[in-house]
Design a protein around this ligand. Structure first.
Ligand code: UDP
Ligand code: MG
Length: 318
């Protein structure tokens, strides 16, 4: 192996005061062992991104930086930009100063011991290494059901995502440079990174329970995330509308013929209930289709504004 390369860890944090010190301690241990084994450069760092937390998170990050300025850095976002934006803010901040970056949640659900395998795969020439969960035993049935359903649904809807892979992944400097070229506002990193291409592979790990604190992804946010993922990455829903429109038109021709025949025969009273049903059905379908189209129009609206996706307040780095 040549000279060990610089690994930067990007950790988004939103109200994570309960876990941050523990996470920092464990990451430090891991780094020391990786540096000793000559797998990463001693100049490697951990960058915490504070995503507009309302608790002591930023103060903890500052004190970690003060106690160990060569190792811990912090990015403070000006407001809560959301998980995906926070991850991107961290990655774009480090993209020119690291050789590879790993993104990981702050709550220790992603297994830190997987980092070794990720780094090894990187040296084998992989530009992206996806961390993939091999079990969901620690998740509740509901979370498992919704999460796995999410990946399957995404595939059906035409968005290319790695099954059971969240945002625990290693990316090389080259991939980060390419990622910088994606200008979209509705971020869905899981869909964007596979689009970049390059040689990639997966490593498998067991997902733990959250070390402390509670999930910042309630059902409402999760569903919004899924809808965002689909509408940001695929136009399949639009194609489905066209198909549906075609089928409906065909059926209405049949209905027209049927009504005509009934009239000719002389039994022309059309049942009130069937009429009500069809009005409701068509009304409902139209609304559904309008809703889906509205989803895309909303996206176009957000994209054309070209707003910054995050605003950094400060970057503490030695
Ligand atoms: N997070 C963030 N901004 C947010 C919500 C969450 O930076 O608005 C961070 C959070 O601190 C954690 C990661 O994103 O490090 C994943 O969140 P969480 O663990 O709550 O999600 P879950 O694992 O329950 O899906
Ligand atoms: Mg979590």
């Amino acid at each position: 192996m040549n000279k060990p390369e610089k690994l930067y860890m990007v950790v988004p944090c939103y109200n994570e005061e309960e876990v941050l010190n523990e996470t920092a301690g464990r990451l430090k241990e891991k780094y020391i062992s990786l540096i000793e084994r000559n797998m990463i450069s001693p100049e490697s760092r951990v960058v915490f991104v504070n995503d507009g937390s309302k608790d002591e998170t930023w103060n903890i990050i500052c004190s970690l930086h003060e106690s160990d300025p060569d190792f811990f850095s912090g990015v403070n976002l000006a407001h809560n930009a959301g998980h995906q934006n926070a991850v991107l803010a961290g990655l774009m901040t480090v993209k020119d100063i690291c050789d590879m970056a790993i993104t990981m949640d702050a709550d220790l659900q992603d297994d830190i011991d997987t980092i070794d395998a990720m780094v090894e795969k990187y040296y084998e020439g992989n530009q992206v290494v996806y961390g993939v969960r091999n079990a969901r035993d620690t998740d509740t049935f509901f979370k498992r059901f919704t999460a796995e359903g999410f990946y399957k649904f995404m595939k059906v809807m035409g968005a290319d995502v790695v099954f059971n892979h969240a945002d625990f992944r290693l990316m090389s400097k080259r991939v980060l440079a390419e990622l910088a070229g994606f200008r979209e506002v509705n971020l869905f990193l899981r869909g964007m990174v596979p689009l970049i291409g390059f040689k990639s592979c997966s490593v498998y790990y067991e997902r733990h329970e959250r070390f402390a604190g509670e999930s910042k992804y309630p059902l409402k946010k999760m569903m919004a995330f899924a809808i965002n993922g689909i509408t940001s990455f695929s136009t399949k829903p639009l194609k489905l509308i066209t198909t549906l429109g075609g089928i409906m038109s065909f059926l209405s021709i049949l209905a027209f013929i049927w009504a005509f025949v009934v009239k000719v025969i002389g039994h022309s009273e059309i049942g009130w209930s069937s009429m009500m049903c069809s009005i409701w059905l068509i009304g409902g379908l139209q609304l559904l289709c309008l809703g889906i189209i509205g989803e895309y129009v909303g996206k176009i609206y957000a994209e054309v504004k070209q707003r910054p996706r995050y605003i950094i307040d400060e970057f503490i780095n030695k």
